[in-house]
Ligand binder design. Structure first.
Ligand code: SF4
Length: 379
């Protein structure tokens, strides 16, 4: 049996393409495109601007809800176009204010998205795929494999859904939810474009996280420069080990991407974008959290324009990995700091809300069918 996950999922690049066989999807289109769409369907440019305002500023979930549009036109368009919002299937709130949503797609699949408040910030952790083919051993999402990549509107919707659920404007977006964003580059970049252009975010408030897929980092940089004009979002690379052997044990797909080649591609990204790279390191008790691992990591990253984020592991049922003690985490951090590596420890959030990526979806998949929660229409 071939245990290697497939690395060629379908990447959906544009909402209109995604819906070639069904109704046109409007979420993901910018104001100029919505104006063109309204004109093409016999309305004025003003109607296109109204559509934009209601979809992005007011969060309209359907054409029918956009009551400023002529009723006859809304009815005529109902079978030909839709906003493209997802359905909220389940909501889970943690005591620390973190909210996790399980969102349903039009084809009956589900994805997770998380809102993480912190002072003035509200960070949305979005998914880029339904499931994930990378099979990282410590990850609940990786256990179920990949179903498909998400389309642009399905990524943008997650930010709108968190805005509505938490009644706050998100300030930051991190592509750290389900899926490997670099296997869905075009849709991820189009979604970043939409978040900046239509929801007023800045690229610097957005982080794209990858575990590493061979040859995709140069493509990401090239396409970001083409599509966005510049690549100012943060690149976060999930390293999780200071050497190739241990990394392959934790991330089976790493065998195809030697750690040296991964770091070389990261260096090129730094040169192209002028932005430092974040390295994510999940600390697994007794596996990769020994001071000798910290020393090896410091040696590996010496002279690199980077920042290391340490994350204490969130246990999942399917694996026996342990969460390290706070003392162990602090010792690891100090070892890096003493060796002049920029490092911080990411606070664990939402531990009582199925915090680990993919946990909520797997738990509910094993439970009786979740019913959709009512979607709030804009006032
Ligand atoms: S950690 Fe990320 S890349 Fe790895 S299996 Fe989970 S979702 Fe995929």
């Amino acid at each position: 049996m071939n245990s290697e996950p497939p690395l060629n999922p379908v990447a959906v690049t544009h909402p209109m393409e995604a819906s070639a066989a069904g109704p046109e999807i409007l979420l993901g289109l910018g104001q100029a495109e919505l104006v063109a769409w309204a004109l093409a369907h016999g309305q004025s440019a003003f109607r296109g601007r109204q559509l934009h305002d209601w979809i992005y500023a007011k969060g309209a979930a359907s054409l029918e809800a956009i009551t400023v549009l002529p009723k006859a036109w809304r009815q005529e368009m109902a079978s030909r176009a839709e906003v493209g919002r997802l359905t909220v299937l389940h909501r889970s709130d943690a005591r620390d204010g973190t909210t996790k949503l399980l969102l349903g797609t039009a084809d009956g699949l589900s994805i997770e998205t998380v809102g993480i408040p912190s002072g003035d910030r509200l960070t949305v952790c979005v998914s880029s795929q339904v499931g994930c083919p990378m099979a990282c051993r410590f990850c609940a999402t990786g256990k179920g494999g990949l179903q498909r990549s998400l389309a642009v509107h399905e990524i943008v919707d997650q930010v709108l859904s968190i805005r509505e659920a938490m009644e706050r404007r998100p300030s930051h977006v991190v592509f750290m939810g389900m899926g490997e964003p670099l296997l869905n580059i075009d849709a991820v970049l189009a979604a970043i474009d939409c978040l900046c252009r239509d929801l007023g975010m800045a690229q610097r408030q957005i982080t794209v996280s990858t575990v590493g897929v061979p040859s995709t980092l140069p493509t990401l940089a090239e396409r970001a420069l083409d599509r966005l004009g510049r690549a100012q979002f943060t690149l976060a690379v999930s390293l999780h080990a200071p050497d190739q052997r241990l990394r392959e044990e934790l991330i089976p797909t790493a065998h195809a991407y030697p750690i040296g080649a991964l770091l070389e591609d990261c260096r090129r990204m730094v040169t192209l974008t002028g932005r430092r790279v974040s390295f994510e390191y999940i600390l697994l008790g007794g596996v990769n959290d020994h001071p000798r691992h910290a020393e090896a990591l410091a040696k590996l990253l010496r002279g690199f324009q980077s920042h290391v984020n340490l994350i204490a592991y969130n246990p999942i049922e399917e694996e026996n990995f342990q969460r390290p003690s706070p003392e162990r985490v602090e010792a690891f951090r100090l070892t890096l700091q003493d060796r002049r590596i920029a490092v911080s420890v990411r606070a664990s959030r939402g531990l009582d809300a199925d915090a680990a990526c993919g946990q909520l979806r797997r738990r509910l998949a094993a439970a009786p069918q979740a019913s959709p929660l009512p979607v709030q229409e804009p006032a």
